[in-house]
Structure formats: C-alpha cells, structure tokens
Design a protein around this ligand. Structure first.
Ligand SMILES: Nc1ncnc2c1ncn2[C@@H]1O[C@H](COP(=O)(O)OP(=O)(O)OP(=O)(O)O)[C@@H](O)[C@H]1O
Ligand SMILES: [Mg+2]
Length: 248
C-alpha cells in the first residue's frame, strides 16, 4: 500500500448515522500524479474528499496516506500527516490581508514565518505584489491562488482541492490549472474534484468518475475523453451539456 500517495479502500461516509453518502468507494493516487474526481451533481465528490480530509465521519473502510492509516486522523491533524485540503468555498479569510492569510497558515503548522512564506511567494509572485490587500478584494482567480498558496505553506505531500475552477472564467481556469501543474512539478501529488470535464481531463493523468457515492469509471484521462460512458453520464445534466459539447 505504501507505493500509493493515497489509497482509499471501501470507504463509507456520511453526515448522519445509517445514511451513507459515500458508499464503498475506492481509489488510489500514485506519487507525482494529478488525479481528477468527476461525476454528476450530488454524486458525493465533495463528501468523498471531505471524508478523506477528516471532515465527514467515516463509518467503514480505510484511508492510507503514503502507507500510513489516516482513517481516524482528525481534520486539524491532517497537515502534520502531509495532507492539505482546499475546500470549494470559504477557503481564505476575506477580512484578513493576503499576507495575514499566509502568516496564519504558517502559524498553524508552527512554521517559521520567513522560511514558510518565501517559497510560496516565489511561486505566486502576484500574491507578493498584492500582499497588503484584503483577501476579499482579490479577483476570483487570485483568491483561488491564495487558497492554494495557503495550503502549500504546510509543505504537503498531497494536495486535495474541491472544484478549484468553480466560478472562474475559462482564462482563469487555465491559470489556476497551470499553477497546479507547477505544484505537481514541485513534487506534490494532486487530487482534485472537477465539474469541468474537458479541462479536468486535460490536466489530470487519471480520473475517477463517481456516481452515487462510489467510483463507476476509472481510467487514464486520454481514454476517458473518448469514453462513451463518461459522455452518457453527463448527457442531459447541468454539467453534461457542457461535457457532451466539449467532446464533439
Ligand atoms: N452537510 C451535509 N449534510 C447532509 N447532507 C449533505 C451535506 N453535504 C452534502 N450532503 C448530501 O450529500 C450528497 C452528496 O453531496 P456532495 O456535495 O458530496 O456531492 P457533489 O458530488 O460534491 O455535488 P456537486 O457537484 O453539486 O458539488 C447530496 O445528496 C447532498 O445533499
Ligand atoms: Mg461538490
């Protein structure tokens, strides 16, 4: 199991006892990969990544991070295990400055301010220029960059993001995804939930399509781009029109 950055096996998780949302879900992520979790609205994508990050109670199954069992690790300890999670919303403190957002992230992991912030500012020079702005004053794209930057302060081995492209224009999606490629190039494994099927498959090495709380289709991105089952799953749905159109 230790050859995997992340290994989820037979996971059952939900918000109320006896009402699992994630049902017997399994997935693996190899070190250095970018893996996308796709699936229709309500499939349980967010619930799955939140359960992995310790934010949704797990009732069955296991989660291993680089061979270590983190199934019972509470959310606030995950950064010390090497896992950072960027939620879809409320992922920055809008009433704090950019610098304060990053300093707070450094304080949480008890990192030295200078040595924690320098490499992150080097990767996100726009944030250095905007360091005194309130996070709430940033554009959507820059705010998402700040959310990623905050997560990187802890020097995670695995970065999990829930819909980092939500609400962004195609241009900004491209910028955020380019940054995620840089993140991977720096040695961090990336797992992300995405609605935007075509750009997610262009970014990711592999993808997992989740339906009703468990993985239905798993494969390499280039194979899934032409997979009729993937197109069919999305047809007629909100995200599907986009996916079907994109594949034409
Ligand atoms: N906090 C919560 N309490 C109770 N039920 C929840 C909660 N969050 C989500 N659910 C339910 O879990 C199911 C899966 O939701 P989830 O948000 O995980 O799906 P998703 O695949 O991320 O959907 P989307 O594409 O809309 O983001 C839905 O039926 C939803 O109503
Ligand atoms: Mg979601």
């Amino acid at each position: 199991m230790s050859e995997f950055a992340l290994h989820v096996e037979g996971l059952e998780a939900g918000y109320e006892p006896g009402l699992p949302i994630v049902r017997n879900a399994s997935l693996t992520v190899t070190p250095g990969e970018i893996v996308a979790i796709l699936g229709p609205n309500g499939a349980g994508k967010s619930s799955l990544v939140k359960a992995v990050a310790g934010l949704v109670p797990i009732s069955k199954g296991s989660v291993w991070l680089h061979g270590r069992d983190i199934t019972k690790t509470p959310a606030h300890r995950m950064v010390f295990e090497g896992l950072a999670f960027v939620p879809q919303t409320e992922n920055v403190f809008i009433n704090l400055s950019v610098a304060e957002n990053l300093e707070l992230a450094a304080a949480i992991v008890q990192a030295k301010r200078q040595s924690a912030l320098e490499p992150v500012y080097a990767m996100f020079p726009d944030l250095l220029r905007q360091s005194s702005l309130l996070a709430g004053q940033l554009s959507g794209g820059q705010r998402q960059m700040l959310a990623v930057a905050r997560a990187l302060i802890a020097k995670p081995r695995l970065l999990i993001l829930d819909e980092p492209s939500a609400g962004l224009s195609p241009l900004l999606v491209g910028q955020v995804f380019a940054k995620l490629r840089e993140v991977r190039a720096s040695g961090i494994t990336v797992l992300l939930v995405e609605q935007n099927v075509k750009s997610a498959l262009a970014l990711a090495d592999r993808a997992v399509v989740l339906v009703e709380g468990r993985e239905r289709i798993v494969g390499r991105s280039e194979d899934l781009l032409n997979d009729e089952r993937v197109a069919a799953l999305y047809l007629g749905r909100h995200t599907g029109k986009q996916a079907a159109g994109e594949q034409a």
